[in-house]
Design a protein around this ligand. Structure first.
Ligand SMILES: [Zn+2]
Length: 402
């Protein structure tokens, strides 16, 4: 249904033409004419608006740097940068990316679990300021991720069991004076899903992306888009009640949640009880990778429990792949074995016929890449680019992304 609607709308605005070049579908003006049916004059005027905004470069201008044929259109990845801020329960990663999603510079630091926004966010803002001193172009946007449910419109965490002090706190004001660019906030599993869309250059349309770390979350890509749900709570599977967890107290205050038998925090607790010295799920994963049988058993069991819920999601959405990211995803073979076992035992044969179970493309950088993708998806969307060109036409000497 939506497929037919989408295909009948032929891209025609300058922003849409830029999208065709960015995705690699068009490399010349004649490609653009062929794909859109626009006249030569219309294509020339739109391309000219994009080149004067600095978003497109012409092949002939690039001749000195070698190899581009005359008439080639090249997306200018250096027309601006985006800031990525991935805030986790015990670590915050910050990086600057060019407009093609390549990292330019980054900074990752641990923080105390339970840190409040008033403690952490001013330090984050300082680190952003330091990184920005190393780059030239204007900042087009900021992508920020948090664990738990997020209100993307107000740019804040809502009702998250693990980010208690962050509930309802607006984050944009902390960055005022440091970086003047729109802030986009999303859930950590959603940005993980966006990092997969960026990583596989459009080859995935229906994918479940698991974030298996201290907590458990799911990013859902359906028909090429990341689903957030009615109030942004789509994919919050960690606090689904499951029979195996009956009566066990969860960090969210309820009992019987999936996380109490499969979340990283619960496994760390169990491993500590067995006499191991572990403080974080990354310690548990390191032990498993060194062959510790108890740690491996815990990870495989976690994968099994998670896989039981994923089997339902596989039957609902019929994804082409389940991607496993997060700290526990670093012990992919062990974790995926548990996930695979439950999915294949429980999901319908047709839904699993071509299903792939894959590690996250960007590994430990996935949160950052996803935050960059979040910002890029917004600031380079056709509507945003068109709006900027209109604004630029009214300010003759302005840079398109300022
Ligand atoms: Zn819970």
């Amino acid at each position: 249904m939506s497929e037919t609607l989408r295909e009948s709308a032929v891209p025609a605005t300058a922003g849409e033409l830029l999208g065709l070049v960015r995705s690699g579908r068009a490399g010349t003006r004649s490609d653009l004419r062929r794909l859109t049916g626009l006249s030569r004059t219309a294509v020339v005027s739109r391309v000219s608006a994009l080149t004067s905004a600095g978003l497109l470069l012409l092949g002939e201008e690039l001749a000195s740097t070698g190899g581009r044929p005359p008439g080639a259109l090249v997306f200018n990845r250096d027309a601006g940068v985006v800031v990525a801020i991935a805030i986790g329960r015990s670590r915050s990663q910050i990086a600057i990316f060019d407009l093609e999603g390549t990292e330019v510079v980054s900074d990752s630091r641990d923080h105390a679990v339970g840190v409040e926004p008033d403690d952490l966010m001013p330090r984050v803002a300082e680190r952003v300021a330091t990184l920005l001193r190393e780059v030239e172009p204007p900042v087009a946007g900021i992508g920020l991720s948090l664990p738990g449910t997020v209100d993307p419109v107000r740019g804040l965490s809502i009702d998250s069991p693990v980010m208690a002090g962050w509930d309802g706190v607006e984050l944009a004001p902390y960055l005022v004076g440091v970086v003047e660019a729109p802030l986009f906030v999303a859930n950590d599993a959603d940005v993980l899903a966006r990092s997969e869309l960026l990583g596989r250059s459009g080859s995935f349309h229906d994918v479940l992306v698991v974030k298996a770390s201290t907590g458990l979350g799911l990013g859902i890509i359906a028909d090429g888009r990341v689903l957030s749900g009615h109030v942004g709570a789509a994919g919050e599977i960690g606090h689904t009640r499951v029979d195996a967890a009956a009566g066990l107290p969860c960090r969210c205050g309820a009992t019987g949640c999936l996380e109490t038998v499969a979340g990283g925090w619960a496994l760390v607790g169990r491993l500590a009880e067995s006499g191991h010295e572990v403080g974080h799920v990354r310690d548990l994963v390191a032990l498993a990778l060194h062959g510790d049988a108890v740690a491996r058993g815990l990870l495989r069991d976690s994968g099994r429990h998670l896989g039981e819920l994923l089997a339902v999601a596989v039957n609902l959405l019929n994804p082409q792949a389940v991607v496993i990211g997060g700290d526990m995803g670093n012990a992919f073979d062990t974790y995926a074995a548990g996930v695979r076992e439950s999915i294949y035992a429980r999901a319908a044969a047709l839904a699993t016929r071509d299903l792939q179970i894959l590690p996250a493309t960007h590994g430990d950088r996935a949160g950052l890449v996803g935050c960059a993708a979040l910002a890029l998806d917004h600031v380079l969307s056709p509507a945003a680019v068109d709006a900027r060109l209109v604004a630029q036409a009214q300010r003759p000497t302005a840079d398109a992304l300022r």
